[in-house]
Design a protein around this ligand. Structure first.
Ligand SMILES: [Zn+2]
Length: 256
C-alpha cells in the first residue's frame, strides 16, 4: 500500500517511485546524502527516478521553485548512492536518506541553485536531521561518498548556509595562501599523513603513501564540500588546515 502522507512536513506530497527495497538489517538511517539531478529538466529527472527500468530513486525531490515531493518512504532503502562508502560503511543506501535537488549540474554549466530551492532544502534537511537524530558530520554530498564517480551536488552547493541553519558539519575554510602543497604523483610520509587524515574524517581512501588517482579524487571531493573556493585536487595548506579543523571539531567519534 502506498503511503499518501509524506514522512516530512517539508514535503508537499507523495509521488511514489517503485525503486526501493528493504534497508539491510532494518537499520534506521544515520546519514543524509545530497545530490543534484544533473539533467537539463527537472521533469525529466523526476520521470527517471520514478521509472522502474532506471533502477534509481531518492527519498525526496526538490524542484527549483522549492516544491518538494517524497518518492520513497524513509523506512525503505532508496537507490541513490550506488557504489559508495563512508567511514567503512559500504551500503550507503541502507544507511542513508537521499535527496535529489533539481539542477543541471556540471554538464549543464553548473547554474546556481535558486533561493527558493535552497530554502526548501534547508527546511527539509532540518526536519530530517532533527527527527532522525542525524549527526552533523553525516550530512554529506554524493561526491563525498563516491569521489571517483560523482561530482554532485557540486561546489556551488551552499554547505556553509546549511551549517548555519543547523544542518551539516562546517569549519571556516582556511584562507588560500602560498606554501608547501602536495600534488598527484608525489609519495612519502606526508602523503600517508594526508590520506590518514582524510580516512579519519570518513572518506574511503587507502593509506598507500602515493598521491594516486583515488587521493586526487578524494581531495577534489573534499574541496567541493569544504573549501569550494578552489577545487583542483591539490592538497595545499588551506585544504589540509581546513581538514584538520574539521577533524578537531567533529561532533563525535568516527562512525563505527
Ligand atoms: Zn548523485
Amino acid at each position: 500500500m502506498t503511503k499518501l502522507v509524506p514522512d516530512s512536513p517539508a514535503a508537499a506530497k507523495v509521488f511514489p517511485s517503485p525503486n526501493h527495497g528493504e534497508r539491510a538489517g532494518g537499520q534506521p538511517p544515520r546519514l543524509l546524502i545530497l545530490h543534484y539531478t544533473g539533467m537539463a529538466q527537472a521533469a525529466e529527472a523526476l520521470q527517471r527516478l520514478c521509472n522502474a527500468a532506471s533502477k534509481v530513486s531518492s527519498h525526496y525531490f526538490v524542484f527549483e521553485n522549492g516544491h518538494v515531493l517524497q518518492l520513497v518512504p524513509e523506512a525503505r532503502r532508496a537507490w541513490h548512492a550506488g557504489l559508495a562508502q563512508w567511514a567503512g560503511e559500504t551500503d550507503i543506501n541502507s544507511a542513508s536518506i537521499g535527496i535529489e535537488i533539481a539542477n543541471p549540474g556540471h554538464a549543464g554549466g553548473l547554474p546556481p541553485f535558486p533561493e527558493a530551492q535552497i530554502a526548501a532544502v534547508v527546511r527539509l534537511c532540518q526536519d530530517i536531521v532533527q527527527r532522525r537524530g542525524i549527526r552533523a558530520d553525516l550530512v554529506l554530498g554524493h561526491s563525498d561518498v563516491a569521489p571517483e564517480r560523482k561530482d554532485d551536488p557540486g561546489e556551488l552547493f551552499p554547505w556553509r548556509r546549511l551549517a548555519e541553519a543547523g544542518v551539516g558539519h562546517w569549519a571556516a575554510p582556511a584562507p588560500i595562501r602560498s606554501g608547501r602543497f602536495f600534488s598527484p604523483g608525489e609519495s612519502g610520509a606526508p602523503i600517508e599523513a594526508l590520506q590518514a587524515m582524510l580516512a579519519l574524517y570518513g572518506y574511503g581512501i587507502d593509506i598507500t603513501g602515493v598521491y594516486d588517482r583515488r587521493t586526487e579524487a578524494v581531495v577534489t571531493a573534499f574541496q567541493r564540500h569544504f573549501r569550494p573556493e578552489r577545487v583542483d585536487g591539490i592538497a595545499d595548506a588551506s585544504t589540509i588546515s581546513t581538514l584538520h579543523d574539521l577533524i578537531g571539531s567533529r561532533p563525535g567519534p568516527l562512525l563505527a
